[in-house]
Write a protein that binds this ligand. Structure first.
Ligand SMILES: [Zn+2]
Length: 245
């Protein structure tokens, strides 16, 4: 082979290698596949609760990180509940509506829900439910529990904050005008999380649960309830990803 052919071959090899390298780089830079056992959180709770209600991520981006979770919409506009990949907005006016893909969240926690444990409960109010779960789950551990409660309820009291206008008040101030709903005799699903005390401030330590009725006519942030009969599923989460604004 003469020198010209050798040079041409060398050039082809170099171009091919760079193409492969660029290809690999592109793959590495594209969306990191969501770890199914990771909790994905948008904004630290204590920052959000000072009044940081500007939307940080559209829901069509957030939904890539989980099919299950809770949060709110820009301006602290009501409550959000995600269940089986469906994202619902529960405004202070009451009836839930599907979240539009371009609507944004100032705060949210989502994961891919896969039950690790299942319990059956009956006749509990919210306080009794929490102490029952405290007894079943290891609350001394630094883990996050995703909790799904499906069943029938005798009663539930929920709330939804009114959409705020700038300058945004802190969460305590904003919740003074929240709407409160009293629901009776319904089938519904509650979705939420338990965070360990060590993560207090990063998220809300303890139980934080939202609810939606099976007929999708009502819901909100759970304040109280009397469960007739329900299945409680718990997903134990050991990995956590926090996106800071
Ligand atoms: Zn809530």
């Amino acid at each position: 082979m003469n020198t010209k052919i050798l040079l041409a071959l060398a050039l082809i090899i170099v171009i091919a290698c760079s193409a492969i390298f660029v290809g690999l780089q592109y793959q590495a830079d594209s969306v990191i596949p969501a770890d199914k056992d990771t909790l994905f959180q948008l904004a630290a709770f204590n920052t959000f609760s000072t009044g940081k209600y500007a939307g940080l991520m559209p829901y069509n981006e957030l939904e890539k990180h989980g099919d299950f979770g809770i949060g709110t919409l820009e301006g602290l506009d009501g409550e959000m509940i995600a269940l089986d990949g469906e994202f619902y907005h529960i405004p202070s006016s009451g009836p839930p509506v599907k979240v539009e893909p371009t609507q944004t969240a100032p705060y949210a926690t989502v994961t891919y829900f896969e039950a690790d444990r299942t319990y059956n409960v009956a006749g509990f109010n919210y306080t009794q439910l929490k102490s029952y779960l405290d007894g079943q789950l290891d609350t001394s551990k630094d883990v996050i529990y995703a909790i799904k409660l499906s069943g029938t309820y005798e009663y539930a009291q929920t709330r939804s904050p009114q959409k705020q206008i700038e300058p945004y008040p802190n969460l305590t101030q904003a919740l003074k005008t929240q709407a409160v709903f009293n629901l009776s005799q319904f089938a519904g699903t509650a979705v939420g999380f338990w965070f360990p005390a060590s993560m207090d401030g990063v998220d809300y330590a303890g139980y934080h649960i939202h609810l939606i009725t099976d007929d999708r006519t009502a819901g909100g942030h759970l304040l109280d309830c009397i469960i007739s009969n329900a299945t409680v599923e718990v997903d134990i989460i050991n990995s956590y990803r926090l996106v800071l604004p």
